[in-house]
Design a protein around this ligand. Structure first.
Ligand code: SF4
Length: 143
């Protein structure tokens, strides 16, 4: 029920942000480049975990995505595939849907009120789903 409510909140936000895109630099998936890492709540992780299960499980996906010779520590997300695409794109957490990068392309400014509405909805859902830890934790701590 709560997971479904979150999926609906994702769908509403995705619809509003549909006209926007980016240059697929994957900067936002390299957390040491940006100094920002998404915090993922338990209810968000439930959706990610289901997607990972369909791909063989969390550890299998992380192992497949791992780079063997990192030149510098760029904080690469374990869910970023070798093809530069998110392994769980349709299930990605809210923080990965918001176009915070200043290179966003689209018709004007990203409607921040819609992003704020989605964040408030996530907060409401998460407080019910995980009353003792509604804020979640950094994405890499899920691995
Ligand atoms: S979950 Fe996907 S979109 Fe989000 S940082 Fe990781 S690879 Fe990038």
């Amino acid at each position: 029920m709560l997971v479904d409510a979150l999926r609906e909140a994702y769908a509403r936000l995705d619809a509003v942000l549909e006209p926007f895109s980016c240059d697929l630099s994957t900067d936002c998936c390299h957390f040491e480049r940006t100094g920002r890492e998404p915090w993922v709540t338990d209810v968000e992780w439930t959706i990610v975990a289901k997607a990972l299960g369909a791909l063989g499980g969390r550890d299998a996906v992380a192992a497949k995505n791992r780079r063997t010779l990192p030149i510098v520590n760029e904080g690469r997300c374990p869910l970023l595939g070798a093809d530069g695409r998110c392994s769980v794109y349709s299930a990605r957490p809210l923080g990965c849907r918001t176009f915070f990068c200043d290179r966003v392309q689209g018709p004007g400014r990203v409607p921040r009120d819609a992003v704020r509405d989605a964040l408030r909805e996530l907060q409401r859902i998460s407080e019910q789903f995980s009353p003792t830890s509604p804020t979640g934790r950094p994405l890499r701590q899920r691995f």
